[in-house]
Each structure stands twice: as structure tokens, then as C-alpha cells.
Design a protein around this ligand. Structure first.
Ligand code: SR1
Ligand code: MG
Length: 439
């Protein structure tokens, strides 16, 4: 299990490390940090007063928590390989550069919703940032049925602002192209997504795993489902070719640190300029996976019914608020080269543009549902699973939850246009949960 609540096994090949790079240890880090005035100011005292704990059991990186007399820091350092798999699966250190750039842009557009960067060292692929306390990874809180009343507002604001302000609706064509260029080198991280989300769950692949033997048949059925493979291929084409806005790129509930009052979005190392629905779909997918997992955690039948309803209400609020905020930004801040105001200056033009805005959001909703489905399927049939489901001890019971999620995801991906509203999605979740699919 990883720090962000995902679980992984397996790997690939080749490795190169730039001069000057070396991974830190809890022992080596204080002497390095002591040379950075902003860090010393944050931690207080002397390096001999600081405690360092390596807490990163995530898929990719080292993460240290450093505490001093006056404050704390989280220090994230990229390793030149996928941490959980080892050196057999190399991964470029440049992901820290993309994460740093993304955090900077997100902080500008969505202030207060990402951790503040205190120090960045490109050579060491290391970022020192706010130690978020008493926040916990949202995925873990949801397994413990903690409600987060501020979450929908925060994540919808984060998505509306980061996606709108980095799109052609807000940016000039030249600035937008420069941004695409700036993130275009994050190919290795995109390739992980292209393989693990859009390809491998739909064919035989060494990395794939699922709850055996209960899901053997449905895994085979998905590998043999041409309609599903066409649908996932269309989504993959959109992921690779639609440079709509700067995405977080891995916006699951393990990338959110929360308290009931506060939400911070972390870990944008998968950032690149892609289709907006990929981020929105990731949020909804992870909420739906949690919804379907709750049956597997119940001690007595129905003891999590109220929490399940909270999760569905959160899904509805996330989309409704996102749509409302995005449209509001478009009406008030359309400074980009898309939909030039000069084309819609007449009263009828203004009305037509408003109709078009609604149509744009409808298309974005359809994209969101497709990507949502893809994200659900990859967490059940692909390499990296999540603890919402993995922590259900009885494999048969877990498989039952997973099967219901898979059935719903397949329907969402192949019959996307049947879902015209977010309440149609939550209603379908209730229906699929009620089905007596026994693996
Ligand atoms: C090998 S990396 C597996 C997954 O971890 C990250 O959080 C992304 O979701 C990626 O797909
Ligand atoms: Mg991550």
C-alpha cells in the first residue's frame, strides 16, 4: 500500500542520473536543508533540533517530513525509477520539474488550494513545501467514513480555476502554445497513463492484476469486448491529442490532503496540457470507487448507508459546482482567443453564445464520464489499485464490490450519451449497487 492509498506491483527497463544528483536519506537531509535560509526560517532552531521521517511509501518518490521548533516541511524527492517496482522501471527525474511548474501555476490560479513551495532544487529533483497538518490523505478518511463538508466547494473551485485559466478561453493562443511546449516533455509520465489506464486493462499484460479467481471471467470479458475497446481507444486519442488545458493529471483522492474544513491538492507530477474531462473524471471515479467499496467495509448490513449517500451527494455537488463556477469564469473572464467577444456583440449573439457555453459543458460532461469510467476500470483490472477496495479483506466480498463498479463503468464508457446529468450517474450507481452480481 502506498502513502496516497494506491497499491502496486511489477515493472520494465534502462537508467540515467545527472551529475550531482543523489537521493537523500533521513540522515543526510538536515545538513542539506540547513544551507537554505527559507527552510531554516520555517523550521527554526538548528539542524540538530530537527527530526526527519521518511514517510513516502507512494508509487514513485521519496517523501520526508521534517519538523523543527517553529514549523514543519514536506520534502519530496524524485527517484530515477518507479519506487515500488525498483530500478528495473526507470522514470525521469524531470517529473519534479513538471510538478514544480504545475504547482506554481495552480497556486496562481487557485490560491490556498495547493501547498506552498518553500524551496526547489532542480538538480536534486527535490521540492520542499508546506507540511500539511492535521490533514490526511482523503482516501483514508473516506474509508473511515469521515465526511468532508468543504471538499466539493474546494475541488470544484480548483478544477474550474486551473482548467479555465489555462484554456484557450482565458489565454492568448501564443501563451497557450508556450504552455503546451513547457509541459510537452513530460512524456514518460503520460506514457504511464497511456499504458496503465488506456491500454493494459483491455489486453493481456504482465502488470495487470485483479481479485482472482472471482474476477477472472469479467477480466476476460473486458479483453474480448470490442465496443469497450473502441470506447477506450477514443478516450486515449482524446487524452493524447486534445490540448485543452493544464491538467493535474492524477487527480484521485490520494492526491488530496484534507481536514473537514480544508482541502489541498498535491502531487501534480503527471501535469500536461490535455483534455479537461480527464481531471474531472478522475475525481468522480475515485468517489464512485469509494461508494462501491463501502459495502465491503460494513460490519452490519446498512451501517454505512448514510456515508454512501454522502459520497453520492458529494459527486453531484462536485460536478454542479464545477459547471457553475466554470461558466461564471467564462462569462466574466473570457480574455482568451477562443470564442472572441467581438463575434458575439449583438443581443442575439450574446444569447447564442450562452447556448453554446451550455453545449460546451455538455460535451465536457460526456468526456468526464468516459474518463471516469476508464479510471474506475484501471483501478480494478490494471496495475495500480486503491485501498478503498484493497482493504476489504474477504476477497469474495471485495470482488462483489469491484464487479458492481466494473459493470457501471462499462455502461458509462460505452453508453456515455445515455447519461445527460450527474443525477443520472448517481442514480445509476444506486442501481448497479443493488444488482445481485455475484462473482
Ligand atoms: C507506476 S505509477 C502507477 C500510478 O501511480 C500514480 O499515482 C498514477 O496514478 C499512476 O498511474
Ligand atoms: Mg501521486
Amino acid at each position: 500500500m502506498t502513502a496516497t492509498g494506491e497499491t502496486t506491483t511489477a515493472g520494465n527497463a534502462g537508467i540515467e542520473v545527472p551529475d550531482g544528483y543523489a537521493p537523500h536519506t533521513a540522515q543526510s537531509l538536515p545538513a542539506y536543508l540547513a544551507g537554505i535560509p527559507d527552510v531554516v526560517a520555517r523550521l527554526g532552531g538548528f539542524s540538530s533540533d530537527w527530526t526527519v521521517e521518511e514517510v513516502g511509501d507512494g508509487n514513485l518518490n521519496l517523501v520526508f517530513i521534517v519538523r523543527g521548533p517553529t514549523g514543519g516541511l514536506a520534502v519530496k524527492q524524485a527517484l530515477p525509477y518507479v519506487r515500488l517496482v525498483g530500478e528495473s522501471w526507470p522514470l525521469p527525474l524531470s517529473r519534479a520539474h513538471y510538478e514544480h511548474m504545475a504547482l506554481d501555476i495552480q497556486a496562481r490560479h487557485a490560491p490556498g488550494l495547493v501547498p506552498e513551495i518553500v524551496h526547489y532544487d532542480a538538480g536534486l529533483a527535490l521540492i520542499a513545501m508546506d507540511y500539511l497538518h492535521p490533514h490526511i490523505i482523503m482516501r483514508k478518511g473516506m474509508i473511515d467514513t469521515i465526511e468532508y463538508p468543504g471538499f466539493a466547494d474546494a475541488i470544484s473551485t480548483f478544477m474550474a480555476k486551473t482548467l479555465f485559466f489555462t484554456s484557450d478561453l482565458a489565454m492568448s493562443a501564443a501563451d497557450k502554445k508556450a504552455m503546451i511546449g513547457a509541459f510537452s516533455g513530460n512524456t514518460a509520465l503520460c506514457k504511464i497513463t497511456e499504458d496503465l489506464i488506456f491500454t493494459e486493462p483491455y489486453r493481456v499484460a504482465e502488470n495487470n492484476r485483479w481479485t482472482e479467481p472471482y474476477l477472472d471471467d469479467v477480466a476476460a470479458e473486458f479483453r474480448d469486448d470490442d465496443d469497450l475497446k473502441v470506447a477506450i481507444s477514443r478516450l486515449k486519442m482524446k487524452f493524447m491529442g486534445s490540448a485543452e488545458a493544464l491538467l493535474h493529471g492524477d487527480l484521485h483522492t490520494g492526491s488530496m490532503m484534507v481536514t473537514p474544513e480544508d482541502t489541498k491538492v498535491i502531487d501534480p507530477e503527471f501535469a500536461f496540457v490535455g483534455p479537461m474531462g480527464f481531471d474531472a473524471g478522475a475525481v468522480i471515479a475515485n468517489l464512485l470507487l469509494n461508494y462501491f467499496s463501502q459495502d465491503g467495509h460494513e460490519k452490519t448490513v446498512g451501517d454505512r448507508a448514510a456515508y454512501r449517500e454522502w459520497v453520492l451527494a458529494a459527486i453531484e455537488a462536485v460536478w454542479t459546482e464545477f459547471e457553475r463556477k466554470f461558466l461564471g469564469l467564462w462569462r466574466d473572464h473570457s480574455s482568451g482567443d477562443g470564442y472572441p467577444a467581438s463575434l458575439f456583440e449583438t443581443p442575439s449573439g450574446r444569447i447564442r453564445l450562452e447556448v453554446e457555453r451550455r453545449a460546451y459543458m455538455d460535451r465536457l460532461f460526456q468526456d468526464t464520464l468516459g474518463f471516469c469510467a476508464a479510471k474506475m476500470i484501471r483501478r480494478i483490472l490494471g496495475l495500480a489499485h486503491n485501498i478503498d477496495l484493497e482493504w476489504i479483506e474477504d476477497p469474495r466480498r471485495r470482488a462483489g464490490c469491484e464487479l458492481r463498479a466494473l459493470r457501471m463503468a462499462r455502461m458509462l464508457m460505452v453508453n456515455t450519451s445515455d447519461f445527460r446529468s450527474v443525477t443520472a450517474v448517481t442514480a445509476a450507481a444506486r442501481t448497479f449497487r443493488d444488482r445481485v452480481d455475484v462473482p
